[in-house]
Design a protein. Structure first.
Length: 305
């Protein structure tokens, strides 16, 4: 029981003092879950689905699925969207739904957007996944379920060859609740997360574009995490890149535009820290769907999605 109690306390400690948001390697294609001001930036209706399987080979490793959509209204001044997610780590399950509104200032060379997301998060602890080697009839854990509202805010600027954004998530910093196992009581609380991102595109040949980008994430009581990416885009169809994450991981990724409407992406994380001998890396696969509802073809090439 002491070992089981320690595991439960550790899980809640990680939730309270580490980064609570799911990790995404393909952040440059999944910006809506990081910054609500991104909504409508692609003008057309964009639907994204992403499945991440982290630390393959470790029991109870994180598994995350997200689905979202966003688009600009016909006057292009408003972006609307949503995203839903399910993030499971061992017996803990986080789920949520966020609706998105962004107001876009259309500038001569790009747009500046201000976005807000509002919705709910639901936390559950699945005790059926806890295997007790020595059954203890005194062990009678309380159900840990919590439904809480939340909100995110962001600013996003983009041109044809540059983007930059700042955002803050979990603005309310609501408490999820408490867990009591024996004499041990621990509390969970959503901490405010801050994100900064930027990237630019540099044509280096007739049909080849270099696209460096960076993502910085900060939350109280956790070290600053930075993802630095460099990628090449070939003929606006095939994309390949590599990232370095300051948690000592290297990410290899690619995307291929199957047709005008469909894009498929994949990334593989290789860890260089103490986790390396215990897992087979992390996989992330993504499907993007683009629908031009207004039948208004964009006249300029888009190097960032």
């Amino acid at each position: 029981m002491k070992k089981l109690t320690g595991i439960i306390i550790l899980l809640f400690s990680l939730s309270a003092y580490a980064q609570q948001d799911p990790l995404f390697s393909q952040y440059m294609f999944n910006k809506l879950v990081l910054n609500p001001a991104y909504a409508g930036s692609r003008e057309i209706l964009t639907i994204d689905m992403l499945d991440r399987y982290q630390w393959v080979g470790i029991d109870g490793a994180p598994r995350t699925f997200t689905v979202g959509a966003h688009m600009a209204t016909r006057n292009r001044k408003v972006g609307l969207g949503f995203y839903a997610y399910r993030d499971a780590v061992g017996p803990t399950v986080n789920q949520g739904f966020m609706a998105t509104y962004a107001y876009r200032l259309l500038l001569s060379e790009g747009s500046l957007s201000f976005g807000l997301q509002a919705g709910f998060k639901y936390f559950d602890f699945d005790w059926t996944q806890m295997n007790v080697e020595d059954p203890d009839y005194v062990f009678n854990p309380q159900d840990i379920q919590r439904f809480t509202p939340d909100a995110n805010f962001g600013i996003y600027y983009q041109t044809n060859r540059f983007f930059a954004g700042l955002s803050s998530k979990q603005l309310f910093q609501n408490e999820y609740g408490q867990a009591r196992v024996g004499e041990e009581v621990t509390y969970t609380k959503l901490l405010r997360h801050f994100y900064g991102m930027a990237g630019f595109a540099v044509p280096i040949a007739e049909k080849i574009v270099l696209r460096p980008s960076v993502l910085a994430k900060f939350v109280k009581n956790a070290p600053l995490q930075v993802d630095i990416n460099a990628s090449l885009l070939f003929d606006n169809i095939f994309w390949i890149g590599v990232s370095y994450r300051t948690e000592e991981a290297i990410v290899f990724m690619t995307e291929f535009r199957i047709s005008e409407k469909f894009r498929v992406g994949y990334s593989y994380d290789v860890y260089l820290n103490a986790l390396q001998p215990h897992n087979s890396g992390s996989h992330e696969i993504r499907l993007g769907i683009d629908l031009d509802l207004y039948k208004e073809r964009m006249l300029t090439p888009r190097f960032f999605f």
